[in-house]
Design a protein around this ligand. Structure first.
Ligand code: Q9C
Ligand code: ZN
Length: 488
């Protein structure tokens, strides 16, 4: 059995940086890489890994996924001045070029391929590549969202060809939708792409219709694209674990991949300004550990986003520590997913029902339509509250009094008129003939029954009857109450 964890890092990838002011791009800083690596050193994780140098990805490798035109534009930026770089960058949604960006992007591709080759050749069991610029937003023909070349997509295509792989799983736990990766593989049944992402009903960037749960793939690729949109911020460890338990892992085990690639963005972690989520670093240990159970452990983790330096570097450390085989830390706190997460999970399961055996045999699950939060909450609360609290009568005491005289009782008191004697006679004679003969008993019964009635209607919780012969009446009252369906 193969052992060992590769770690690929090249300081040169910190030279790609923003040269002008741009509030959209200024979070993608070189320190993301250096601080992650420093933290790995501090925890003595670097020395436990197999160090591997990055290499440049070749043009041929980049062309596995990208157009020649895109490659040429990127290449041409190497000799540009700041003004020209700014102009070319402006052609894309959220991207910046530096004179060394092209070189860094080729190193990012090459580092990813080195990792895949090390794992596929059995040199190591698994590993992580710390790379910049990231890749999952870049399209065949365009840079996008801090990404120039799609490192993970190129790696998947490379692995398919070089190792004749027929099933590759890409898990994108970055908080953004890797729409670039989706576009590249949406018709390809040999690459199962899973992405969860902040979506907020299409309000959040990149605000695409095709990031929703109903984008399941196209043509032969139907069923091999899984989108789990988060429609609320603040998702926690339990939401992420529920997504793994109830969506990704069953599909992944049924798919039975030969290699697993992770588009590993940590902007889904707590503190990140982009994601606004609340999952803590240790959750990435668990996610990693689950994925290690697939593909004979052949797992390659490739950095994507992550913009809170401390959160990012701690999460990277949790991931690498788990790849090395250390025990996973305990997760504490609330273990139920939130309502919005359950809704998203149920929707993606319903959308994928036609394509996965494990879902086909499930009981019919209703698709939850969006904007029906109120309905979901109502349904949830109705079931939930049955075990918590039920309707009880108000704390009011009824008193029966034929004269309507006042009583010195604390709390709200309801005066109840006694029922007419003839009415009582008619009421009880059928089943309690003896009582119906006695005038006194009849009188006190006439006082009790209206109170009992109020109790049964839950208008009051108790009552007081002023009568010397009440005892005999109580038996009748009890019978009356049973007769009229008093149950508790
Ligand atoms: N109004 C990665 O995490 N935000 N990329 C654009 C435009 C771009 C994130 C906002 C975020 C890109 C790899
Ligand atoms: Zn991201």
């Amino acid at each position: 059995m193969t052992s060992g964890t590769a770690l690929i890092y090249d300081e040169e990838m910190t030279t790609h940086k923003l040269l002008w002011s741009d509030p959209i791009c200024d979070i993608e800083v070189p320190e993301r890489l250096s601080s992650s690596y420093e933290q790995l050193k501090r925890y003595h994780l670097v020395e436990r890994c197999v160090h591997m140098p990055a290499r440049e990805g070749s043009e041929e490798e980049i062309l596995l996924v990208h157009s020649l035109e895109h490659l040429e534009v990127a290449k041409s930026t190497q000799t540009m001045n700041e003004e020209e770089l700014k102009r070319v960058s402006g052609n894309y949604d959220a991207f910046f070029f530096h004179p060394n960006t092209y070189r860094c992007a080729r190193l990012a591709v090459g580092a990813t391929l080195q990792l895949v080759d090390a794992v596929m050749s059995g040199k190591v069991c698994n590993g992580m590549a710390l790379v910049r610029p990231p890749g999952h937003h870049s399209h065949r023909n365009a840079a996008n969202g801090f990404c120039l070349f799609n490192n993970v997509a190129i790696a998947a295509e490379h692995a398919k060809r070089k190792y004749r792989l027929q099933r590759i799983l890409i898990v994108d736990w970055d908080v953004h939708h890797g729409q670039g990766t989706q576009y590249i593989f949406e018709e390809d049944p040999s690459v199962l792409y899973f992405s969860w992402h902040r979506y907020e009903h299409q309000e959040f960037w990149p605000s695409l219709k095709e990031s929703d749960y109903d984008a399941v793939g196209l043509g032969k690729g139907k069923g091999f694209n899984i989108n789990l949109p988060w429609n609320k911020i603040g998702m926690t460890n339990s939401d992420y674990l529920a997504a793994f338990f109830h969506v990704l892992l069953p599909m992944a085990f049924e798919f039975d991949p030969e290699l697993v690639l992770v588009s590993s963005g940590y902007d889904s972690g707590v503190g990140d300004p982009e994601g606004q989520m609340n999952a803590t670093p240790e959750v990435f240990s668990h996610l990693t550990h689950f994925l290690m159970q697939l593909a004979n452990g052949k797992l390659c983790v490739i950095l994507e986003g992550g913009y809170h330096l401390k959160s990012l570097s701690e999460s990277v450390c949790m991931t690498v520590k788990t790849l090395l085989g250390d025990p996973v830390p305990q997760i504490t706190g609330e273990m139920a997913p939130c309502l919005s997460a359950v809704e998203s999970i149920q929707n993606v399961r319903a959308a994928h029902k036609p394509y996965w055996k494990w879902l086909m045999h499930e009981e019919h699950e209703d698709k939850i339509t969006k904007n029906s939060d109120a309905v979901i909450v109502e349904r949830f609360l109705e079931v939930h509250m049955k075990n918590i609290l039920f309707v009880v009568p108000p704390i009011k005491i009824a008193t029966a009094d034929s004269k309507g005289s006042a009583h010195s009782l604390s709390g709200p008191v309801h005066l109840v008129k006694e029922i007419d004697g003839n009415e009582i006679k008619a009421l009880v004679s059928g089943f309690y003939a003896d009582v119906a003969k006695e005038e006194k008993t009849l009188h006190s019964l006439g006082s009790i029954l209206p109170i009992l009635d109020k109790i049964l209607k839950k208008e009051v919780c108790s009552g007081i009857v002023e009568s010397p012969t009440v005892a005999a009446s109580v038996a009748v009252a009890l019978r009356y109450s049973l007769h009229f369906g008093f149950q508790r």
